[in-house]
Design a protein around this ligand. Structure first.
Ligand code: SF4
Length: 380
């Protein structure tokens, strides 16, 4: 589809900031690697079974990297089993106790989320960095406007972009002093203006990968809008190598929202991109219910393809021209189906849903087969 090919539409192109690449387990972050989607489990980590089940649901939604809180020894003890079961790299979230970081590195965490300035003495920082080095762990520095160091709050009077960036640079220096460079950084705030300004300043000051997030963004709808504005603005400016949408919602919802942002900006492709109208009195079928059913029934499709679902001919044919499969409502319960932008056949209301699901599944299989045929044959 030409609509999804940025080289044919230069005004859709985003020029990404050139960052240094690091590895989080076997997932590259930064450089020209795809922007990764993260989330965080909310089960008690010591309950390895429940945590693994939640990780599995996030993996099905497409998560690339997943963070797990390690507030106590029971959590880091469970981490080994969790790391073994997960198909994606695990980031151990450590807040205050450096010993949890040492245990998490030993347990196989691919990354430690820890701020070296909060660990205490230089000797402890060295111990954590040595553990990270010997276990092949990356480190994620996570500055948060809600927990800025007291001296910076006194210096700046309130959380502001300069304070967040100074805090990040202070933490970075502690890692660099230990000759450690496998780190990525976040400067999160729940205020989008503050977060965006801080990330913009940080992007100019450092070359490491940046982890984007609007922290404590809110519930599913409010938090999605807030995150889309904050993270979306940064991504559009080319800033950001990995994202986490923070919602008061299940982690797999965060993953879905993250993908929707990246898909909207043409930065990742995954699954079915549905174009649909809000519906009105002209609709030939119940658009809202149809789209809800299709979203649910097409969740298992990972192959990138596009589907337009429009209630009538006002905008239906135009949108169908730009999508792989199109459905446009017609009169008397008969609706037009478009394949690759061209009018193909009609379908009746009763059969419509199963028919469209079947067409999408067949198209996904066709794309997968074409991709497999195009892959170079490995030398024997
Ligand atoms: S495409 Fe037709 S049914 Fe849908 S909103 Fe537009 S006019 Fe209404």
């Amino acid at each position: 589809m030409t609509a999804d090919n940025p080289s044919l539409r230069p005004w859709r192109d985003i020029e990404r900031r050139k960052s240094r690449q690091i590895m989080v387990g076997d997932v590259p972050v930064g450089g020209d690697a795809p922007i990764t989607v993260q989330t965080m489990t909310n089960t008690p980590t010591e309950d390895a079974r429940a945590t693994i089940d939640q990780i599995r649901r996030c993996e099905e939604a497409g998560v690339d990297i997943i963070r797990v809180s390690c507030p106590d020894e029971a959590s880091t003890a469970a981490l080994k089993q969790i790391v073994r079961a997960a198909k994606v790299p695990i980031v151990a979230d450590i807040h205050f106790h450096y010993k949890r970081a040492l245990e998490a590195a030993d347990a196989g965490a691919a990354c430690l989320r820890i701020n070296p300035g909060n660990i205490g003495s230089e000797a402890r920082v060295k111990e954590v960095v040595d553990a990270a080095k010997s276990n092949g762990c990356a480190i994620r520095i996570g500055v948060n406007a809600g927990s800025l160091e007291r001296d910076l709050l006194e210096k700046y009077g309130e959380p502001c972009p300069e304070a967040l960036v100074e805090s990040a640079l202070d933490h970075i220096k502690l890692l660099q002093d230990q000759d450690f460079h496998e780190y990525k950084v976040a400067v999160k705030a729940s205020d989008v203006f503050l977060a965006v300004a801080a990330y913009m300043q940080l992007a100019d000051a450092v070359d490491c990968p940046l982890h984007l997030g609007i922290t404590e963004a809110g519930g599913l709808i409010g938090g999605t809008v807030k995150s889309a504005i904050g993270i979306g603005n940064l991504l559009w400016a080319g800033i950001g190598d990995t994202i986490r949408v923070s919602l008061s919602a299940e982690p797999e919802e965060e993953v879905r929202v993250g993908y929707e942002m990246l898909k909207t900006l043409g930065l990742r492709t995954r699954g079915v991109r549905i174009v649909s109208c809000p519906s009105c009195a002209r609709q030939g079928f119940d658009v809202i219910r149809t789209v809800q059913a299709l979203e649910s029934r097409l969740q298992h499709i990972n192959t990138p393809l596009s589907l337009s679902v429009l209630g009538c001919v006002v905008n239906g044919p135009g949108e169908a021209r730009e999508t792989d499969i199109g459905l446009t409502g017609g009169g008397k319960g008969k609706h037009m189906v478009y394949l690759s932008g061209v009018t193909d056949h009609t379908v009746e209301s009763d059969a419509m849903l199963d028919h469209i699901v079947g067409l999408v599944e067949a198209k996904a299989a066709e794309i997968e087969a074409a991709n497999a045929a195009a892959e170079p044959v490995a030398a024997e």
